[in-house]
Design a protein around this ligand. Structure first.
Ligand SMILES: Nc1ncnc2c1ncn2[C@@H]1O[C@H](COP(=O)(O)OP(=O)(O)OP(=O)(O)O)[C@@H](O)[C@H]1O
Ligand SMILES: [Mg+2]
Length: 225
């Protein structure tokens, strides 16, 4: 669904990422690790078309990202659910509206999705906080809201950037269980994380691949995890 071939990226100076190749196929499950500052978030931004590769090819749903116009990019993004590391929200809107925002942007009637919205809110444990605004939430509550927002359009690919960074272990496991369930439905999942326990837990449930960015290159992580 998303394929990188020999992709490089530089913010200006020396290349941060060099000659990366990766295929996120239907039903695939990847963990992305690597030291802080190695380029995990940058790689996710390349996949989400927030950044354009400075070398190589990014193909999304069979189309070369370099040839896509603004409208095409918007269409493609509807099929990719992203949980940002910094959980961006519109602070003046209640959580419920923030989660529903992708529906509005995609021109879909919110009315027809009320059930899904309530279900998602319950699942991430935010039903009682649905009318609060994002600044009133704890870090973990914000992360759960960000996950719910990433899922509201039933995307084919889910990219999650440190989604459990602020969650306790029980909530991390719930989040993982949801992502495993979605994966079994055929969705491609990629989780950037430092949480080795989470990776171990996932590997007991799905055939997850662990990849690591080291010195700008992508390598398969060893079996030591
Ligand atoms: N907009 C930007 N302009 C210039 N440099 C940037 C920009 N965004 C990130 N960088 C740099 O690129 C490098 C990789 O950043 P990135 O956020 O991709 O790392 P990361 O692996 O996600 O780190 P972390 O684990 O801390 O989230 C860092 O050195 C960062 O300072
Ligand atoms: Mg990051």
């Amino acid at each position: 669904m998303i394929e990188l071939r020999d992709v490089s990226y530089s913010y200006g100076g020396e290349a941060l990422l060099r000659d990366l190749s990766l295929d996120l196929g239907p039903g695939s499950f990847h963990f992305l690790t690597g030291p802080s500052g190695s380029g995990k978030t940058t790689l996710l931004k390349l996949m989400y078309l927030e950044l354009a590769a400075t070398g190589g090819t990014v193909e999304v749903f069979g189309r070369d990202a370099a040839g896509l116009g603004r409208d095409d990019i918007a269409m493609v993004r509807r099929r990719i659910g992203i949980v940002h590391q910094d959980c961006r929200f519109l602070d003046h809107l209640p959580v419920r509206d923030n989660i529903a925002l992708p529906l509005d942007t995609a021109g879909q009637e919110r009315q027809g999705h009320q059930g899904e919205l309530d279900e998602l809110l319950s699942w991430v444990g935010l039903r009682p906080r649905a009318d609060a605004t994002p600044p009133e939430l704890s870090g973990g509550e914000r992360q759960r809201a960000a996950l719910a927002r990433a899922l509201i359009l039933s995307p084919d690919v889910i990219l999650a950037d440190e989604p459990t960074g602020n969650l306790d272990w029980e909530m991390s496991l719930r989040l993982l269980t949801l992502l495993v369930e979605l994966n079994r439905l055929g969705k491609a999942i990629l989780i950037a994380t430092h949480d080795l326990n989470l990776i171990r837990q996932a590997k007991a449930q799905v055939a997850a691949r662990v990849i690591r960015i080291r010195s700008g290159r992508l390598e398969m992580a060893g079996a030591d995890l």
